[in-house]
Design a protein around this ligand. Structure first.
Ligand SMILES: [Zn+2]
Length: 476
């Protein structure tokens, strides 16, 4: 049966869809919205004066936007489902689903760019069925890999780039089963933050905890001698005054020392817990958890910034907790600065590491990314519907992940690095409140062509979210 299915599917290989035409030409407003969602500050995308003097001669669109412009808008989502059967991908999907391969997961996404897109470009995309694999046993189940290539061009016919997209259609329940946990293996404690011990809030520290709830890092200040200190105390150790107020810290500091806590294990924490003594720019040192970083990535002197954990909610099981909500200050590695001068190929060597980047993932970031990339699938903005579809929460869409990956590498390479390809293998979902940690290194450098390949991975507490390469061209 599977041979027969394979031969029917393979008949579709090489067939292409009707062109999908963008509803609007690329515009600077949509580019700016995309940049806002990604936190992208590259002036080639948003600053007309800078862009005019750059190699591009004017504003360009970030390369990672290639596949968003021909997408239908929000009202077209329903008609997309009805289009089923007309294009080669829908035909293959119908064939595999009829044979029970109803599970689907995106596996690879690769964007290749022939040139940067400019405001005014009106794009169209044609999807070609590139490959259907034979039946394979994967960790998720027995299935077929289905690969499409969408070729993008302007309406005048100029080719601007390609998207290669691979999905796995699998039979649920046929994957490798996780090894059953044995009784003698101790289970890690439940890591839900609400299970952490509540802080002892009293008159000496009340003002600080009140500030934390609004994500304001307050530090006690003696009104007798103006000394800023931590932890809070009823009486100044320097001048003896009892007159206390507070200052608001900017939340920046460096790691003074660090340790990883393995044992004893208490509920509310995921072990090992990296803990640092952080020296704040205002002077005092405070002990706090570190987030988005493992112990082996920690270094003394590493710049860090405050990150907030709303650990104990105001409402528990539908009732207001009379003790009030609790927010804990913790720290993450500070975001690496964006380079303003573009690197030359001669200044880059194979093996060069990129700085660690820990990116907080919030529901707002997920929704903003989905909207800016014109992806209206409900799992990226509607938690109730995401639950109904078996997902633990809403999650970042692929375009947003690729946008962050592009930004990460260009922040390191400089504003006029030319991105020629973005290739990713997709893994664990990026849910809200699980920060993504980006790491990277230079994989290869070709000094004659200026071609540089950077390997990038983004991981969270669930595992590897994306891993892949960003291909660049740098000037000699
Ligand atoms: Zn004092």
């Amino acid at each position: 049966m599977s041979d027969e299915l394979l031969s029917r599917m393979r008949e579709v290989v090489g067939q292409h869809s009707e062109p999908s035409l963008a509803r609007h030409a690329i515009g600077t407003a949509a580019i700016a919205d995309w940049c806002d969602a990604m936190g992208e500050d590259n002036p080639c995308y948003t600053d007309p004066e800078f862009a005019a003097k750059s190699r591009h001669g004017g504003i360009v669109a970030p390369p990672a936007t290639l596949d968003i412009w021909t997408r239908p808008g929000l009202p077209a989502q329903a008609s997309l489902a009805r289009r089923c059967g007309k294009d080669p991908l829908s035909r293959v999907m119908a064939m595999v689903e009829a044979e029970g391969f109803i599970g689907v997961v995106a596996v690879n996404s690769e964007l290749e760019f022939a040139r940067y897109l400019r405001p005014g470009d009106l794009l169209q995309g044609v999807q070609v069925m590139e490959d259907v694999s034979e039946e394979k046993q994967t960790a998720l189940g027995i299935g077929h890999f289905v690969t499409t290539r969408t070729k993008y061009s302007t309406v005048e016919g100029e080719h601007v780039g390609d998207l290669l997209f691979r999905i796995l259609k699998f039979r649920p329940g046929t994957g490798a089963r996780p090894a059953a946990a044995t009784d003698d293996e101790p289970k890690p404690p439940d890591a839900s933050p609400a299970l952490r011990p509540r802080p002892a809030i009293n008159r000496d520290n009340q003002a600080l905890w009140d500030g934390y709830r609004t994500h304001e890092l307050r530090l006690p200040q003696c009104q007798g001698c103006q000394r800023v200190f931590f932890p809070p105390s009823p009486r100044c150790a320097q001048c003896g005054s009892f007159d206390m107020a507070y200052v608001v810290s900017e939340g920046h500091g460096t790691v003074y020392s660090h340790v990883a806590v393995h044992y004893p294990q208490a509920p509310g924490f995921a072990y090992p817990v990296p803990v640092a003594l952080v020296e704040l720019d205002e002077g005092p040192r405070m002990v706090a958890d570190l987030v988005g970083v493992s112990r082996d990535q920690l270094e003394i002197g590493m710049p860090v910034e405050v990150d907030w954990l709303d650990s104990h909610p105001a409402v528990v099981d539908g009732a207001t907790d009379s003790r009030g909500p609790v927010t804990l200050p913790r720290f993450r590695p500070a975001a690496p600065p964006r380079r303003t001068e573009t690197r030359t190929v001669g200044s880059v060597s194979e093996g060069d590491p990129l700085p660690l980047w820990v990116l907080p993932i919030t529901p707002t970031r997920i929704v903003a990314g989905a909207l800016a990339t014109r992806d209206f699938q409900d799992v990226h903005h509607d938690r109730d519907l995401a639950h109904k579809k078996g997902s633990a929460d809403t999650f970042l869409n692929i375009n947003t992940s690729m946008g962050f990956m592009e930004r990460y590498v260009c922040d390191w390479a400089g504003p006029e690095a030319v991105v020629t390809a973005l290739r990713v293998k997709l893994g664990a979902p990026a849910y809200p409140y699980h920060p993504l940690t980006f790491t990277g290194s230079v994989k290869s450098v070709d000094a004659t062509t200026g071609r540089v390949v950077v390997e990038v991975a983004a991981t969270n507490t669930l595992g590897r979210h994306v891993a892949g390469t960003v291909e660049l061209e740098l000037n000699p």
